[in-house]
Design a protein around this ligand. Structure first.
Ligand code: UDP
Length: 492
């Protein structure tokens, strides 16, 4: 069949390709998926209708972005369903909003959302389903209604490959002592670079038999059985890994990032950002400010917040620090002492706009994938301070492969379990930040590398670039799948 829109849909051939997006309950997933939905709708305005399928509080976080897309004439919709009852307060529907000890409830909501998703998908029968990795069960329902299901990965290819290659080694790692065991080398990583990681820095599902260890194989099977995988990355950032991933981890792979672009760099991306900090940045000299932000849900202990505050103070550098609401405050009198050169944002900063600001010279980050991609796309070198899950693997891409950052501290025990990790002392933070901001050969190299990546990222999403191509290939493939499909209504 021809790839023409609507061929075979039995309605005269003019209905757009209706794509449903199902994001996991965390802003690090919700934000890039919304960006992707908007990009798909904007790429072929008359041909693609993108629907974000979300719960009410998460809908509120993306409502402005969706409204803006609609106002530009792009078909982006919201379809809401109730957040499953998992014992969280009303309006608490994502990882960052739930207290740390209740994070398991958010994960539990994934299981309880399944029947709701199934009902919605049966009722609305979209032409394609883009579901987040934890919603692996949607592969089956997509097969049932006869439409393609794609997995969306908000995490890059390098960490995914590493985790996929390490997963079969779990029994050996557990036998060797689990998290307390020795350093593990990732087998079969392409790119000619050996990647070695102490067991304490590996995601927990790789060092013990837990809930995710049990479902990992099913997530992977769902991914492989599905139509393909969409990743928020660009080929120039992790080329050999993208090639290998396409070969072994997906039937079709689409590398469409960075999906967040300057046109999305408004302050309300993912929530109401603090506009004041952008005005403050504008009063600072070019590349003079260290941006300090640890993502949308990671929490620090009271002691660690204190050391970080004292370290930033002692660094004598200008900084913009985002403190999660719920985390403790800096020590008494601290804000007065750093007044003028230190700004604290409580809650949510417009990170994309901050990173794009010419006054920002470095980013102290927890190495969440979105943050790293956004830093690379903005040409900002990073100081790495990974905290949980795959962030220590992401750090290796930054420091050992792409070379646009360095560790904030190497002097003590690091671990994905905060309780097993040493507190990073104020003196170490002060030293690392000061050295990184002072111009020197090392920093210049990392900055040059970050700027090169930013140029690559711009090229990737511009006309004819790799991500530009992959996004069009994705839409074309889905359009063709729709055209060659027997209309669902006529299914036996
Ligand atoms: N973010 C933001 N403002 C904040 C904190 C985070 O805009 O104050 C955005 C950030 O730009 C990124 C996402 O939230 O797009 C965080 O994703 P990431 O993968 O870096 O970390 P996670 O929150 O998943 O740990």
């Amino acid at each position: 069949a021809a790839a023409g829109l609507g061929d075979g849909d039995g309605d005269g051939g003019r209905r757009p390709l209706r794509v449903f997006f199902l994001p996991f309950f965390a802003r690090g997933h919700l934000i890039p998926m919304t960006d992707l939905a908007c990009r798909m709708a904007a790429t072929r305005p008359a041909e693609v209708e993108a629907t974000m399928v979300v719960t009410p509080a998460n809908a509120a976080l993306i409502a402005t972005t969706v409204t803006r897309a609609t106002a530009s004439g792009h078909a982006v919709r919201l379809l809401q369903y109730p957040f499953p009852g998992v014992g969280l307060a009303s309006g608490v529907e994502c990882l960052g909003a739930a207290p740390a000890h209740d994070a398991w409830r958010v994960h539990h909501a994934v299981d309880l959302a399944q029947p709701i998703h199934e009902e919605l998908l049966r009722e609305h029968r979209p032409d394609a389903i883009v579901a987040d990795a934890p919603f692996w069960r949607t592969t089956d329902i997509a097969a049932e209604i006869g439409v393609p299901r794609l997995t969306f990965h908000p995490v890059g290819v390098f960490p995914q490959l590493a985790m996929n290659k390490l997963a079969p080694l779990r029994p050996d790692i557990v036998r060797a002592g689990g998290a307390a065991g020795p350093t593990v080398t990732v087998p079969g990583m392409p790119g000619g670079k050996e990647i070695a990681i102490p067991a304490s820095e590996l995601p927990e599902f790789l060092v013990q038999e837990d809930h995710l260890a049990m479902s990992w194989d099913r997530i992977k099977a769902g991914q492989l059985a599905g139509f393909g995988v969409i990743v928020n990355t660009f080929a120039a950032l992790e080329k050999p890994y993208c090639d290998e991933f396409s070969r072994v981890d997906a039937r079709r792979a689409y590398f469409v990032g960075p999906v967040g672009s300057p046109s999305h760099s408004t302050v309300d991306r993912g929530g109401d950002g603090d506009v004041e900090c952008l005005r403050w940045l504008s009063m600072k000299p070019s590349r003079s400010v260290v941006f300090v932000c640890f993502g949308s849900w990671a929490h620090f202990s009271v002691r660690q917040v204190r050391e970080l505050a004292l370290g930033l103070e002692a660094s004598n550098q200008t900084f913009l620090w985002v403190v999660r609401s719920g985390d403790s405050d800096a020590p008494e009198g601290w804000e007065q002492r750093v007044a003028g050169r230190g700004m604290v944002v409580r809650g949510w900063a417009p990170q994309l706009a901050v990173l794009a600001h010419p006054s920002v010279g470095a980013f102290l980050t927890h190495c969440g994938w979105n943050s790293l991609l956004e830093a690379a796309s903005a040409g900002v070198p990073v100081l790495t301070w990974p905290l949980v899950f795959e962030q220590f693997i992401n750090e290796r891409l930054v420091t050992e492969v792409a070379a646009f950052g360095t560790r904030v501290w190497d002097g003590g025990k690091r671990s994905v379990r905060a309780e097993d990790a040493d507190i990073v002392p104020a003196e170490a933070i002060a030293r690392a930040v000061a050295e990184f901001m002072e111009s020197g050969e090392r920093r210049e190299k990392m900055r040059a590398r970050a700027e090169e990546l930013a140029e690559n990222a711009r090229a990737a999403v511009s006309d004819g670039g790799s991500s530009w191509h992959d996004l069009r290939r994705l839409i074309d493939d889905l359009t063709e799948a729709k055209a060659s499909r027997v209309p669902c209504d006529e299914d036996p």
